[in-house]
Every structure is written in structure tokens, then in C-alpha cells.
Design a protein. Structure first.
Length: 232
């Protein structure tokens, strides 16, 4: 019986590379921070009596989850998702008067598909550790930043004389309706440090995303995520 067990173990170790055997699959949660800055914007309204201002904001907090498989020789596959949020102020003025400043939210939901290569390293007191490098594709749904066309529509087509007091609720309804989100796709590269103690899996991930229509005024941004989960 012991001989059969030895044969079975030998077959498994032959099929699955040693470096991936310490965790052939895993899942968990992640938190992080998007690293970017969005400047205040002043869309051209075509009239000195009409002004629209979108305030500046820096970065975005994100929260999500991940899943990876390490059963394919020479490559690992992972998918992770997160929601990123921050706030900015919207100010509007026309001939009728001023709208009170609206503190509003920018949000983006993101899914990343990554192929990565791991390199085992030795660190004292850690059961297993790896460095990862990889890249892949990503998809995003992002709330639009307020612009003149949007505000004109929400005020019934009369940007100069409409009562701006109704704009706050109309704008909130518009920007929180997923049908109005901007869809985009992109590519990314990332590097990560992973260590595993018993079944507890931890990652520190730096990623650079190249995609339009996510961060206003930029086609790329960095992010740092910390992951905590289970590896098997």
C-alpha cells in the first residue's frame, strides 16, 4: 500500500511543478489605493453667465476580491475585481442663480484578467514565498464626469435660464444610473510579492493600467493592492 502511495505522490509532483505545488489555487479579498490626480476642470459653456466647475481629487480607495490558479506549467492565471471610489465637488451658475456646491462621487468597477509567472524565493520563517510578474487585459465601468451637454439635458435644454435648484437631484440620478456609465477596456502590467504561511495567502501587488475613459485627463494610472486569502 505504501508503494502505491509513493507512486501516486510521484505522479502528482511530476505533473505539477514544485513552485506551484505550495498553492495550486487561492482566493480572497483585496484593498488598495489608485495612484493618480485629477485636476479641476472648467468646461466651456459658451456664455459668460454660465459656469460649470468640477473639483479636483486625488487617487481612489478600492475594495474587491481575487481568484488564481497555479496548475498550468510555466504560467499562473488570475482574475480580480474591485470597486474604486472618491469624491469631488460640482459647482454650477447661470442667469437664474447659483446651485449649492454638490459633493459628488466618482466610481469605477473593474475586472482584471492576468497571466503571470512566479519565481520561488527563500525567506527565513516563511513557509513559501514568490515574486510574480505578469500582465493582461481589463474591463471597466466608470461614472462620467459632469459636462455641459449632460447639464443641458438635465435642465431641459435651457442652460442659461433654467432653475438650477433641480439640478442636484437630476445630476445624482444621472450619475448613479449604470446605464450612463462609460465602458472601457485596456491592458496592464503588474509585479507582486506573495508569501504563504500554512493556508494563509498574502500578496502585495503593484499594477499599472493603460486604458482610456477611466481617470479623467489620463490614459494610465498605477495602483497598489494588499491581498489576504486562502491558498491550497
Amino acid at each position: 500500500m505504501k508503494q502505491y502511495k509513493a507512486v501516486i505522490i510521484g505522479i502528482i509532483l511530476t505533473i505539477v511543478p514544485f513552485n506551484s505545488a505550495f498553492a495550486i489555487a487561492g482566493f480572497g479579498l483585496q484593498v488598495g489605493q489608485g495612484m493618480f490626480s485629477v485636476d479641476a476642470s472648467y468646461p466651456e459653456t459658451g456664455s459668460e453667465y454660465i459656469t460649470l466647475t468640477n473639483g479636483a481629487f486625488d487617487g481612489a480607495f478600492n475594495l474587491g476580491g481575487y481568484l488564481y490558479l497555479d496548475i498550468i506549467p510555466f504560467i499562473d492565471l488570475e482574475v480580480d475585481f474591485n470597486a474604486s471610489v472618491n469624491t469631488y465637488d460640482i459647482d454650477f451658475q447661470n442667469a437664474f442663480g447659483d446651485m449649492p456646491t454638490i459633493p459628488f462621487g466618482w466610481a469605477s468597477t473593474n475586472v482584471y484578467y492576468t497571466a503571470r509567472k512566479g519565481f520561488g524565493i527563500s525567506i527565513p520563517f516563511l513557509a513559501a514565498a514568490k515574486l510574480h510578474a505578469g500582465g493582461g487585459i481589463n474591463t471597466h465601468l466608470t461614472t462620467p464626469i459632469a459636462d455641459v451637454d449632460m447639464v443641458t439635458e438635465l435642465l431641459g435644454g435651457d442652460l442659461l435660464n433654467a432653475d438650477p435648484s433641480s439640478l442636484e437631484q437630476n445630476l445624482e440620478d444621472y450619475l448613479t444610473n449604470k446605464d450612463n456609465y462609460v465602458e472601457s477596456t485596456g491592458i496592464h502590467v503588474q509585479a507582486a510579492f506573495q508569501f504563504k504561511l500554512l493556508m494563509i495567502d498574502t500578496f502585495l501587488v503593484y499594477r499599472y493600467t493603460i486604458a482610456d475613459d477611466i481617470v479623467p485627463g489620463s490614459s494610465g494610472f498605477g495602483s497598489v493592492n494588499v491581498r489576504l486569502g486562502m491558498g491550497f
